[in-house]
Design a protein around this ligand. Structure first.
Ligand code: PLP
Length: 433
């Protein structure tokens, strides 16, 4: 018999399934996994404790789990062309923590792109472990929104970091790993690429691989890779030559350093997604993601060299990020508010939105669909004109509450939502009828 608690959860899952099918999911770090990834994720593998690593477990009964984890590691090594792959980190943030612990001692200097320039929290942001337990120095982007290598070199020479992160979370341009390597070598820093956002593009050959130039790589598995939530840590030949003990150090940082038992259902689902990423069809997917993003960006009056678009809304008014996110959500289009480089409003009430094409492309949407979607986005943004953020900080919270209500009543947005639902509903979503 299904208990009332369980039935409530499944009702809510059905509600979320509807949202995922009839909306346009444009948060660039999200995607739709395949039915087989879902099957592995929902499997009985969740029942097993397996602290340790293949062949070296704390508990008995891990014969099969060892085979699964070894298989996932082998697939990752093959896909990226590296000698070491570890698949146990629960997600991207603990994976980055494990790498930092393996490379640095507490208080050592780590350098990463600032949050406001498109970097990630774990690369040295305020309030993250990476600045609480380590000494964080941030580099940034210049007026052209691209990484300022002159500043990076100056900061590196001044602070002599032990670790330099190259990786982004809201950056629409390609990364030149060779330039980072040159600077890391000047100060003898370990260079770590966090490719979470662009893994799929790297596999598809749309973005250069960091493998020849960096020591360690971290990728989340749930973004452009189209796997379950999780992470993979890779060590390159160069990284092993730099520190032959690095694999053991990262393993120790994962357990007992940070985690307990691995999530075996997650490991199995990662293996399924890696099998899928090794197929020729995945390359086609990655190419389509980037093509779609380029078309969408052009239609919105900007550029993208990757899977994401960072759109400044300054032409619509002051501090319009929240208003745009609310209005787009009302119209069935999910994006996130985001700071833009040189943020003119506030990091808490930013002036831009971040949107991308990985999830839409997984549903089979093509370039002509992007033109249509850009049309809806532009119509939605017209509706927020005049809803500028108050200059006085104390008025902002109440103002946004009122804006949300106003947006909820807006008839034009309701009309756009109808059109969006009709369109989106035609594209299948794996695992959703
Ligand atoms: C570049 C980058 N690194 C790490 C992470 C952290 O991943 P998770 O959310 O799985 O902890 C993210 C997630 O947004 C990311 O974009």
């Amino acid at each position: 018999m299904v208990s009332s608690m369980a039935s409530k959860v499944f009702k809510l899952i059905a509600e979320e399934a509807r949202r995922q099918k009839y909306g346009l999911e444009m948060i660039p770090s999200e995607n739709y996994v395949s039915s087989n990834v879902l099957r592995a994720l929902g499997s009985i593998l969740t029942n097993k404790y397996s602290e340790g690593f293949p062949g070296r477990r704390y508990y008995g009964g891990n014969e099969v789990i060892d085979k699964i984890e070894n298989y996932a590691q082998d697939l990752a090594k093959k896909l990226f062309g590296v000698p070491v792959a570890l698949v146990q980190s629960y997600s991207g943030s603990p994976a980055n923590m494990a790498i930092t612990m393996a490379v640095c001692n507490p208080r050592d200097i780590v350098m990463g792109l600032s949050l406001s320039s498109g970097g990630h929290l774990t690369h040295g942001a305020h309030l993250s472990f990476s600045s609480i337990f380590y000494t964080a120095v941030n580099y940034s982007v210049g007026k052209d929104w691209k990484i300022d290598f002159e500043e990076l070199e100056t900061l590196a020479k001044k602070h002599k970091p032990k670790l330099i992160w190259v990786g982004t979370t809201a950056y629409p341009f390609k990364l030149d790993y060779k330039k980072f390597r040159k600077i890391a070598d000047m100060v003898d820093a370990t260079l770590v690429a966090d490719i979470s956002h662009i893994t799929g593009l790297i596999i598809g050959g749309v973005h250069t691989s960091p493998v020849p130039d960096v020591d360690i790589i971290m990728t989340t598995t749930h973004k452009t890779l189209r796997g379950p939530r999780g992470a993979i840590i890779l060590v390159t030949e160069r990284g092993l030559a730099r520190d032959p003990e690095i694999k053991a150090k990262i393993e120790r940082a994962i357990i007992p350093g940070i985690q307990g038992g691995p999530h075996n259902h997650q490991t199995a689902a990662i293996a399924v997604s890696l099998e899928e990423a090794l197929r020729p069809s995945f390359k086609k997917y990655a190419i389509a993601v980037a093509k779609n993003a380029a078309v969408l960006a052009k239609e919105l009056g900007t550029v993208s060299e990757t899977h994401l678009i960072l759109l400044s809304l300054t032409k619509y008014g002051y501090g319009m990020g929240y208003q745009a996110q609310y209005a787009l959500e009302e119209a069935g289009i999910t994006v996130n508010k985001n700071t833009i480089p040189g943020e003119p409003a506030s990091p808490f009430y930013p002036s831009g939105i971040r949107l991308g094409t990985p999830a839409l492309t997984s549903r089979g949407m093509k370039e002509e669909d992007m033109v249509r979607i850009a049309g809806w986005i532009k119509r939605v943004l017209e509706e927020i004109k005049g809803l500028d953020l108050p200059k006085k900080q104390e008025e902002r919270k109440d103002f946004l509450k009122e804006v949300k209500e106003k947006i909820h009543e807006n008839k034009n947005l309701k009309q756009i939502r109808k059109e969006v639902e009709k369109f989106a509903g035609k594209f299948p979503v794996p695992g959703i009828q």
